[in-house]
Design a protein around this ligand. Structure first.
Ligand code: ADP
Ligand code: MG
Length: 293
């Protein structure tokens, strides 16, 4: 008898969860990405204790059939790619088919979904990776995902969660970042019953920038655009007087994806040169659009 055994799927999912879901903000990221991929234009995130106690994401996207609802939590269950070549031109936000499987292995998950053509929606619960019986629910078109008891079964991970205020701050930043990537989509964020963000659908990027950084700062900023055959860089940068030592108002978006990149951060900082005291940063937003491959 050899020593090598194949890991049970549930354990493999828990390990994968270590890469996909680190904290409430990463759960929210995966769920909102799915809502965006489903073509939603209204997305609501409802939290308790910064997502530590409960995360709910509601969307008005295309929804799922009961069969797909059950498949969605299976490892590598995805509707987005079929072959490795598909990766070359991936335009969807997710594609590995691991997010829901991973999240369901480290939490108690409730999924509810309804398609346009169905008269009722379906609900399933997943606990410790096991999919329970489905029930019929009344709901509008779209999907609702509820995540409870995050990391309760993995105390080593739970220990690394920060305070609710810190987890909330990261989610606020994430939703702000996403909402700048998707100005035409309505985003709402609620924590402990209190509305934190509420952004209407916007036609103009400028209006979304005002939503996020405020009228005051937006009015004290430069706009720039570089339009090349395959590349487009669009940006809005605060004037030196908007600078401060806290640096959370920099948002880089590449092909509709929120991205953090030190090189770009450094480039903006360098461009400001001596106009800005050391350690100071100005708020800015930059959109880079380039071919997917
Ligand atoms: P991926 O997004 O990488 O495909 P996920 O585990 O995040 O993997 O989701 C699995 C599948 O479940 C998706 O490919 C999609 O078909 C379906 N799905 C997940 N969330 C939603 C949603 N909010 N609306 C519609 N379909 C969804
Ligand atoms: Mg996904």
């Amino acid at each position: 008898m050899g020593k090598i055994a194949i890991l049970p799927e549930f354990v493999a999912n828990q390990i994968a969860a270590g890469e996909v879901v680190e904290r409430p903000a990463s759960v929210v990221k995966e769920l909102v990405d799915n809502a965006l991929d489903a073509g939603a234009d209204e997305i609501e995130v409802i939290l308790e204790s910064g997502g530590i106690d409960r995360i709910e994401v509601r969307d008005n996207g295309e929804g799922m059939s009961l069969d797909d609802l059950k498949m969605s939590v299976a490892r590598h269950g995805t509707s987005k790619i079929k072959t490795i070549e598909d990766l070359q031109r991936i335009v969807s936000m997710g594609f590995r088919g691991e997010a829901l499987a991973s999240i369901s292995s480290v939490s108690k998950l409730t999924l509810r979904s309804k398609r346009e053509e169905d008269t009722t929606g379906n609900q399933i619960e997943v606990s410790n990776g096991k999919v329970g019986e489905s029930t019929i629910v009344g709901m509008p078109r779209g999907t609702v995902i509820i995540v409870k008891e995050l990391f309760e079964s993995v105390p080593a991970r739970k220990k690394f969660l920060k305070t609710p205020a810190t987890e909330l701050r990261q989610i606020i930043r994430l939703i702000n970042h996403l909402s700048l990537a998707w100005p035409q989509i309505e985003f709402k964020l609620i924590n402990n019953g209190r509305e934190m963000l509420n952004y209407n659908k916007r036609v103009n990027l400028e209006d979304r920038v005002i939503d996020v950084i405020g009228k005051e700062i937006a009015s004290q900023s430069f706009k720039g655009i570089y339009d090349h055959a395959h590349w487009k860089i669009e940006g809005q940068v605060g004037k030196p007087q908007t600078g401060s030592e806290k640096g959370s108002e920099q948002f880089l978006i590449v092909n509709k994806r929120p991205v953090s990149d030190r090189m770009v951060m450094g480039a903006v900082k360098n461009a400001m040169g001596s106009l800005l005291p050391p350690r100071y940063q100005v708020p800015w937003v930059m959109w880079i659009t380039m071919p997917a491959e």
